[in-house]
Ligand binder design. Structure first.
Ligand SMILES: Nc1ncnc2c1ncn2[C@@H]1O[C@H](COP(=O)(O)OP(=O)(O)OP(=O)(O)O)[C@@H](O)[C@H]1O
Ligand SMILES: [Mg+2]
Length: 243
């Protein structure tokens, strides 16, 4: 469960996120959408405790992020848009290192299925410098999933993956949600979000314009007929002058 109440983030005098409240329950996938600079990455970083919020409160898996950051962070995984890896650790060593940090026992039994799921098992003994961009992203995701987080934040998880990689990533996200994880992800790939998300939140200049189930948001912006077209909703919600 993820709960944010009146979250705000300022960078100096610039207000990047304003008065944002949201709730994501176990099993739900919230898609964070909005134009470049809307505040999606800033929101995800605050929710994951990477940067401190200026105002507001955040609870992750029942833990107050400000009061008990270690317990909150143990329960979550944050996947940045640019994977950050260690130059001198192999794929397998990354997983072993992360397992040690999070106190994951018997990590080898858990690591192998992740290597298989993300199709990097044949690269297990190679360094990040020997991986393609998409493979690095897959390794970062495998590392984040190793401790079995109940809450996950993905910033643009599908960018840079090949079509099969996108499909597998979507299936992984859906499978984790079905297993009870609460997930927030940002993406500009709206047709893919339609397949993954149960809910959507539209941000514009740091403010929430709309949120709800896909169908609710679509109905509000007049695209309910013939199924949900999130791209149409996005353009109406963020581009027009009527809102
Ligand atoms: N470290 C920072 N210092 C100052 N301003 C920042 C910083 N990080 C982000 N901003 C500003 O905050 C606003 C929101 O940025 P953010 O990266 O959260 O947007 P975004 O919605 O993720 O955009 P994109 O779709 O391009 O990834 C932008 O105006 C950006 O310039
Ligand atoms: Mg961003």
């Amino acid at each position: 469960m993820i709960e944010a109440s009146q979250l705000a983030k300022n960078y100096g005098s610039f207000s990047a996120v304003k008065d944002l409240s949201l709730t994501v329950r176990p099993g739900e996938v919230l898609g964070l959408v909005g134009p470049n600079g809307a505040g999606k990455t800033t929101t995800l970083r605050c929710l994951a405790g990477i940067i401190p919020a200026t105002r507001g409160s955040i609870r992750v898996a029942g833990h107050d992020l400000a009061a008990d950051p270690v317990a909150a962070k143990r329960a979550l995984a944050f996947f940045p848009d640019e994977p950050r890896l260690f130059d001198y650790l192999t794929v397998r060593q990354h997983l072993a290192f992360v397992a040690r940090i999070y106190g994951v026992r018997d990590h080898e039994a858990l690591a192998q299925p992740l290597l298989d799921e993300f199709e990097i098992a044949d690269k297990a003994d190679q360094l990040p410098g020997e991986l393609s961009r998409g493979m690095k992203q897959k390794l970062a995701i495998a590392c984040g999933l190793l401790h079995g987080p109940a809450v996950m934040f993905f910033d643009e998880p599908l960018t840079g993956l090949d079509p099969l990689g996108i499909r597998r990533m979507k299936n992984s996200i859906i499978a984790r949600a079905r297993a009870g994880a609460a997930i927030v992800l940002s993406s500009h790939l709206l047709h893919l979000l339609e397949e993954v998300c149960t809910h959507v939140l539209i941000l514009k200049r740091g403010e929430k314009i709309a949120d709800g189930t896909l169908a609710e948001v679509a109905a509000r912006f007049g695209s309910a007929e013939g199924g949900v077209n999130l791209e149409e909703v996005f353009i109406r919600a963020t581009g027009g002058t009527e809102h």
